[in-house]
Ligand binder design. Structure first.
Ligand code: MN
Ligand code: MN
Length: 467
């Protein structure tokens, strides 16, 4: 009996797919490297909370590393490093490889916008001596989650004189924060009958911004006046300047270790900065690639990728065409020979809500970066569905580099689903596959990831860029 059992165990080890917690595969040196990487990631998360702040962070780091602004027609040689900043909200960086550009580029696409709450163009008002901002939320949020938590304000205001004013309040110790109220349970009998989707409605996401009146016995809207006076003193703005502003409300929480064992990270906006930062870091570490590496850190993914800083626009295509022309090559041929990792987060299995994921085909925390062959909903609608051949290529690259990875689908069939930018890139005739870090509580004000998966994402991008 014992022999037979051993045989089955041996056979299983050979024939069955193995699932192993990353910790069982990582050496002490790996763990130390992983923790150091995640500490740098958390610093980035606290510095860059919006697409503009992330684009500025990356641009500053690129310039320090010798990347220069890309100019069409410029002379480029292997090892040269260029970048393109698209309107302060998206960045493309490229390191020129030793192989001819006609052999294609290795492309990593990530997005740096996250779900949040934007101010309307006439935001400031007063009601019963409390000052508020009116808002319109950005991306897919569960609105009730954004009440009764500390919030910060980020963005820019373009004044009537054309001057650009930067705003960032609520992140530094000593800064005030902002707030959206919810009803006390004692008086929420009627509200509690609403569904979760309408528990808090879009027009109820009003930001509390002050409560002191301008001291004058006469006149109305004295709290609004007091606030406008403060804003005028600090930023030199008048109310009409809000018309030409982009002001974003995000959670004021800093990124923190989660758990007694500190194995996880809680933060706002892991989606998709948890792929952006590792791809960016990997690109900086691959200084002499064979194939030209291109990392695109894009905006507008959370609202469907439309607009001139989103991937439905032509800015990536134009960049690749211009890059090809620097070598006297045809952009179309470069794109057809290129390969892309479309890097975006995936839903991790949440044991509290097991019913939405299919256990054999979903991503687990601590099982490494997740490769997703297809996304989409209702019969794979909206997917790019990577070919078996391309999945095979990526599988070999990851396994040869000993990257910890898994495969996973976003939810059970017909449970919902979602798409990524993969389809827009694949539509340029580029071999594309989805890859990303599993996240719990995706799109919540505070999302959860495992450190081993963040580090695995970095290692996956590095292996791909070196291929
Ligand atoms: Mn995403
Ligand atoms: Mn998202």
């Amino acid at each position: 009996m014992e022999t037979e059992k051993n045989t089955a165990a041996e056979l299983k080890e050979t024939l069955f797919a193995q699932k192993k917690h990353a910790a069982m595969r990582m050496s002490d040196a790996d763990t130390a490297e992983c923790n150091a990487f995640c500490e740098a990631y958390m610093n980035f998360m606290n510095t860059a909370k919006t697409e503009r702040e992330a684009a500025a962070f990356f641009t500053e780091k690129l310039e320090a590393k010798g990347f220069v602004p890309f100019k069409p027609g410029m002379k480029l040689n292997a090892g040269d490093k260029v970048y393109l900043n698209n309107r302060g909200k998206a960045v493309i960086l490229a390191t020129i490889g030793t192989a001819p550009i006609t052999e294609g580029v290795r492309l990593c696409a990530d997005h740096i916008d996250s779900p949040r709450i934007d101010l309307k163009q006439n935001p400031l008002y007063e009601s019963e001596e409390i000052g508020y901002f009116k808002t319109h939320y950005y991306g897919g949020i569960k609105k009730y989650q954004w009440t009764a938590i500390p919030l910060s304000l980020h963005g820019v205001i373009i004044r009537r004189d054309g001057e650009k004013v930067q705003v960032r309040i609520g992140e530094d110790a000593g800064d005030p924060v902002f707030y959206i109220t919810d009803l006390l349970p004692h008086l929420a009998t009627e509200q509690m009958k609403r569904t979760l989707a309408t528990g808090i409605k879009g027009e109820e996401l009003n930001i509390v911004v002050g409560s002191l009146p301008f001291k004058d016995d006469k006149g109305s809207e004295l709290v609004k006046l007091g606030l406008m006076k403060l804003l005028n003193e600090k930023y030199g703005i008048i109310e009409e300047d809000f018309l030409s502003a982009e002001l974003e409300i995000v959670p004021a929480f800093p990124a923190k270790d989660v758990g007694f064992d500190r194995s996880m990270i809680g933060a706002y906006g892991h989606d998709d900065r948890v792929c952006s930062y590792p791809a960016f870091a990997a690109s900086l570490d691959v200084t002499a690639p064979a194939h030209t590496s291109v990392i695109i850190l894009t905006d507008k993914e959370e609202t469907g990728s439309d607009g001139n800083t989103g991937l439905c626009s032509s800015y990536l295509k134009y960049f690749l065409m211009d890059l090809a022309e620097c070598f006297g090559a045809n952009g179309r041929h470069v794109m057809s020979a290129s390969k892309c990792l479309s890097a975006d987060v995936n839903a991790g299995f949440d044991p509290t809500f097991p019913e939405v994921l299919e256990k054999n085909n979903c991503a687990y925390l601590n099982h490494g970066v997740c490769v997703t062959k297809f996304t989409g909903a209702r019969g794979k609608s909206g997917t790019s569905d990577a070919s078996a051949e391309f999945v095979g290529e990526i599988r070999k690259i990851l396994d040869d580099a000993d990257v910890i990875w898994q495969t996973g689908e976003l939810g059970k069939v017909d449970m919902g689903g979602g798409g990524t930018v993969a389809a827009y890139i694949a539509n340029l005739d580029i071999d594309t596959i989805d890859i990303g870090v599993p996240v719990l509580s995706m799109h919540a004000p505070y999302e959860l990831v495992a450190k081993a998966d963040v580090w695995s994402a970095y290692r996956a991008f590095k292996a791909f860029l070196e291929s």
